[in-house]
Write a protein that binds this ligand. Structure first.
Ligand code: ZN
Ligand code: ZN
Ligand code: ZN
Length: 281
């Protein structure tokens, strides 16, 4: 599998619009890997993970071609992971719908839009040839689904519970990915499911939103909790010396520049994702 990160930022991107902290100032001065747009990643050019408020930016400036992407896993409906306003655009030449896969709670908004559009198509008051077409598929925790050639299993994330946030286990061709955004330390049911699966992950992408030691919320992780999570996966047999760990969902709260965090994470054998990073898994 080939994974490309388009957006690796936390909720407000980096630099944050009104912020004058050291990290945001550095991002403005240096640019490059210090600039982080909001969440989006693409597997093999065909399966997206999240579609944030910055999708327009990814299409306009980073070469993303969403005309070719028909399947989107959505972790949860926060705007930095799922932005439904693009579904209101009038389009031409869209023959096939884009399929969104997400929890019941996070899918309520998009489902209402899609159902309204479909009713209007049926009534003849809206032309289906002129509007973005979409289908919504509801995922349940721990129930695997097949999407294209991938087996996808949603796990319960420790995030805003009302949104039924999801982590994803993605398997294909004997390789496996654990996508853990947004989440704090894993719930015991997620740990047990992973342990029982016997999967040894090839790649793990983890939430590293918080400054090390400043665990101001249980809904995200800092480097210490990422290390703890990696150790837990190793202890349970779900990671080994070949498992690659990457940190992402990074904003100014982390209080490290990309280079600083990269050096610190390297001490624990982890890499730090950046916008545009590609990984062969
Ligand atoms: Zn987020
Ligand atoms: Zn800042
Ligand atoms: Zn969130």
């Amino acid at each position: 599998m080939k994974l490309k990160y388009y957006g690796t930022g936390a909720g407000y991107g980096l630099p944050e619009v009104f912020c004058d902290c050291r990290i945001c100032r550095h991002a403005r001065e240096v640019g490059g890997k210090e600039i982080r747009t909001r969440s989006m990643a693409l597997l093999d050019g065909q399966l997206a993970i999240d579609l944030s408020v910055d999708t327009f930016h990814h299409c306009a400036f980073a070469g993303l071609d969403m005309r070719r992407v028909k399947h989107v896993l959505v972790t949860h409906s926060h705007h930095d992971h799922f932005f439904t306003s693009d579904l209101f655009s009038r389009v031409r030449g869209m023959e096939e719908p884009v399929n969104f896969y997400l929890s019941e709670a996070s899918g309520r908004g998009v489902r209402a839009i899609v159902e309204k559009h479909k009713a209007e198509f049926a009534a003849g008051t809206r032309d289906p040839k002129a509007w973005t077409l979409a289908e919504v598929h509801t995922l349940e925790y721990y129930k695997s689904v097949n999407i294209l050639d991938y087996k996808v299993t949603p796990l319960r994330a420790r995030h805003v519970a009302a949104l039924e946030p999801m982590m994803f286990v993605i398997e294909k061709d004997g390789k496996s990915i654990l996508w853990a955004h947004d989440t704090g330390l894993f719930h015991s049911d997620a740990i047990e499911w992973i342990k029982d699966s016997g999967i040894v992950f090839d790649f793990v992408s983890m939430d590293c939103t918080l400054r090390r030691g400043a665990q101001i919320t249980k809904s995200h992780m800092d480097l210490d909790w990422c290390i703890e999570t990696a150790d837990m996966l190793r202890a349970n047999g779900n990671a080994d010396e070949n498992t690659k760990f990457a940190l992402s969902h990074i904003g100014h709260l982390v209080d490290r520049t990309h280079d600083e965090l990269t050096a610190e994470a390297a001490e624990y054998g982890m890499i730090v994702a950046y916008d545009g990073m590609e990984i062969e898994i």
